[in-house]
Design a protein around this ligand. Structure first.
Ligand code: ATP
Ligand code: MG
Length: 189
């Protein structure tokens, strides 16, 4: 199976590139952000809990995220692989993902790190907030999310380098150009 972790700061284009990857490689998509936003929309208990964290730009607790991830993963039948978008976001989540996949006789094939300069992230997220109305895409919350990214999520870069799964991708440029660089890396697997 082709198990891809798509990684990057908020606004780095994980969702956009994931859609293309799904289409080309015929794998399933897990976007933890989309899962949480759907729970909020449906007014579930989980959604209520998640909203408190998301509106503050904070991460949802690891134990909760890990359970959600495993249940979505196990809901896929006859899957050719999965793209993990927005997970892992902490070292504990990366370790849990490794364990969950190992228990199912699998592993992460590659981690794609979409690198985008901070000024560009700000511009993209503020624009997205205006277009989509996503409540966490306002300047104050974006700053908090970028801070959380640097302190809790960016350490995963070294973690995946150590696992020999790391692949840098230049996240600046046209959507096609970025996708071509991704395909080149994935096709080598
Ligand atoms: P991108 O724009 O690249 O898709 P993003 O950071 O803007 O990334 P999402 O991945 O949609 O957005 O996540 C939105 C919010 O959902 C996060 O700020 C966080 O509060 C919560 N969240 C999503 N995934 C996780 C996770 N793995 N662990 C903890 N919280 C998460
Ligand atoms: Mg997203």
């Amino acid at each position: 199976m082709l198990n891809i972790v798509i990684f990057g700061a908020p606004g780095s284009g994980k969702g956009t590139q994931s859609e293309r990857i799904v289409e080309k490689y015929g794998i399933n998509h897990i976007s933890t952000g989309d899962v949480l936003r759907a729970e909020i929309k449906n007014g579930t208990e989980l959604g209520k809990t998640a909203k408190g964290y998301i509106d503050q730009g904070q991460l949802i607790p690891d134990e909760l995220m890990i359970d959600i991830l495993a249940s979505v993963f196990d809901s896929f039948k006859d899957s050719k692989g999965v793209i993990f978008d927005g997970f892992p976001r902490t070292i504990a989540q990366a370790e849990a993902l490794k364990k969950m996949l190992a228990e199912r006789g699998q592993d992460v094939s590659i981690m794609l790190d979409l690198e985008v300069p901070e000024e560009e992230l700000m511009v993209r997220l503020i624009k997205r907030g205006k277009d989509s109305g996503r409540a966490d895409d306002n300047e104050e919350t974006i700053k908090k999310r970028l801070h959380v990214y640097h302190s809790q999520t960016a350490p995963l870069i070294d973690w995946y380098k150590n696992e020999k799964k790391y692949q840098h991708i230049n996240g600046l440029g046209t959507m096609e150009g970025i996708f071509a660089e991704i395909c080149e890396a994935v096709d080598k697997l």
